[in-house]
Design a protein around this ligand. Structure first.
Ligand code: IPD
Ligand code: CA
Ligand code: CA
Length: 268
């Protein structure tokens, strides 16, 4: 039934503690270069999609640590792809989420580490070093911000709610770029934010700092940790389309459903 490890709390606690410690070190690497002229900025899929040498250094650091301590664990890292291995554990890593913010000198960026067991997220760690916020969750054990429990917001009215979203990197060449969804929702809500880091958006929803969030064309490393943190904080993740990679609505049950209906009617 199990490969090399049992899904037991001892191994999960070890993994959790390591993920927290390594996220802090990755965060310190990010802070070391932040607002410097030494970022090595390049573009990836489009001119809007940037990567820095810090993204790569953080991923190399994390992969080195995982390989050293858990040599049979699989890894999916944004910058280096999939490292297949024999264990049922897989580390899903966004070494620097919010690279556009980071490269501009804007302070909302984070490292996101999700750990899956048999394809199900069991540990989530998102660390936002500039604001020193460590969001964590272990499956079945609740969600935390800097060690204190967090809970999803309880608003039920869209007109009192502040939402966040994001836009795909091909927004210039593909008219399916979320602008229609924004136009549809903006008259109904109190406010909309484009924070620029999907993992942090999800954590802010988990803590009730944002009431809900939606985005599509996301990747596993954007959402693996954050989705678990939202669920463990009592929130919901509803997939709203599956034709542009990962598309989700996150929030409490009531708001999620209202937003889903609005988006679904337009997209399906
Ligand atoms: C991006 C950010 C952004 C979201 C994009 C992501 P990156 O991740 O999370 O908020 O809108 O879809 O790709 O490239 O900064 O790791
Ligand atoms: Ca990302
Ligand atoms: Ca990234």
């Amino acid at each position: 039934m199990f490969s090399q490890y049992k899904w037991n709390m001892e191994i999960i606690n070890d993994i959790f503690n390591d993920a927290v410690e390594w996220a802090k070190v990755a965060g310190s690497i990010q802070l070391k270069y932040f607002r410097s002229n030494d970022l090595g900025i390049e573009t990836k899929t489009s001119v809007h999609d940037v990567v820095t040498k810090v993204d790569k250094e953080c991923e190399e650091y994390l992969i080195g640590k995982i390989n050293e301590k858990y040599p049979d664990h699989g890894i999916l890292g944004e910058e280096s792809g999939e490292h297949i291995n024999s264990s049922d554990f897989q580390w899903v890593i966004d070494p620097l989420d919010g690279t556009n913010n980071y490269s501009q000198g804007l302070p909302l960026f984070c490292v996101s580490i999700g750990i899956k067991y048999k394809d199900e997220a069991v540990v989530g760690v998102v660390y936002t070093p500039y604001v020193n916020e460590m969001f964590t969750a272990i499956k079945g054990k609740g969600a935390y911000l800097n060690g204190a429990p967090i809970k999803i917001g309880n608003k039920s009215k869209l007109n009192e709610s502040v939402l966040a979203t994001g836009f795909p990197y091909d927004k210039d060449v593909n008219p399916d770029n979320n602008v229609d969804n924004v136009a549809s929702l903006i008259p109904l809500i109190r406010g909309l934010r484009r924070m620029g880091a999907a993992a942090y958006d999800l954590c802010c929803v988990a803590a009730g700092f944002l009431d809900a969030y939606w985005e599509f064309n996301l990747q596993p490393w954007d959402v693996c940790a954050g989705e678990l943190i939202v669920k463990e904080a009592g929130g919901e993740i509803i997939p709203f389309r599956n034709d542009r990679n990962i598309g989700i609505v996150a929030g409490n049950n009531n708001l999620c459903r209202q937003i889903y209906m609005r988006l679904h009617n337009k997209n399906m």
